[in-house]
Design a protein around this ligand. Structure first.
Ligand code: FE2
Length: 210
């Protein structure tokens, strides 16, 4: 991954639309609605944080957020296609290696992740991801999209702990089982608090439910 490429905003929106139309073939209305909320919401959140940092490119952040889940044009379960790999490979084929990279890294806040934290992924998918990630050194765009991604729960933007509770409810898990996910999320929050010169939740209007 040596290139440094991502599409301009107009091209990115066309690619997003193509992915969305493909997704509409295999999903119900609710899933489409959530996909729109999630991808556009992350794009906007990433742009806002990038602007505040003063050094990240807001348009690049928006484009990466918009296309990070491009691989979800396929139904991961029904079609047996790993969205991370599909997004990565299709973006590489288009020549957008910066986006390909985000399609890969957004799901793995820790590059040497523990397979046990990814029970919904097939072992061969994880083997592929380990292999791809072994030479990747995360940059602030990787961290930015990982950070934004953790705050989206259906049609809401929520705090880290609310999101963790949501995952626990959905999959019948205990909070302790998501310790790595939670620790990584708080590590990223502390990182962006620092880069933004204050509590990033104030910028994003996220309230923490006590
Ligand atoms: Fe996502």
């Amino acid at each position: 991954m040596t290139d440094n490429l991502y599409p301009d905003l107009l091209t990115a929106k066309k690619i997003w639309e193509e992915g969305f139309n493909r997704r509409c073939l295999n999903t119900v209305f609710k899933a489409r609605e959530e996909y729109v909320f999630h991808t556009i919401g992350i794009a906007e959140m990433a742009r806002k944080i990038a602007l505040r940092t003063g050094y990240l490119n807001p348009e690049k952040a928006y484009v990466l957020g918009l296309l990070h889940d491009y691989g979800k044009k396929y139904d991961e379960r029904a079609e047996g296609i790993f969205h991370v790999r599909a997004g990565y490979e299709e973006m590489m084929n288009m020549g957008y290696s910066d986006v390909a990279r985000i399609c890969l890294t957004h799901s793995f806040p820790s590059p040497d992740f523990d397979d046990k934290d990814y029970t919904s992924y097939k072992p061969e998918w994880l083997t592929w991801a380990h292999d791809c990630l072994k030479d990747v050194v995360y940059d602030d765009y990787d961290r930015l999209i990982q950070f934004c991604d953790i705050h989206f729960e259906a049609l809401n933007i929520v705090s880290i702990d609310e999101r963790i509770k949501g995952i626990c409810r959905r999959y019948g898990l205990k909070i302790e089982q998501l310790k790595n996910l939670r620790d990584n999320a708080f590590r990223l929050k502390a990182y962006f608090d620092k880069k933004c010169g204050g509590d990033v939740y104030e910028l994003l209007n996220i309230s923490v439910v006590k």
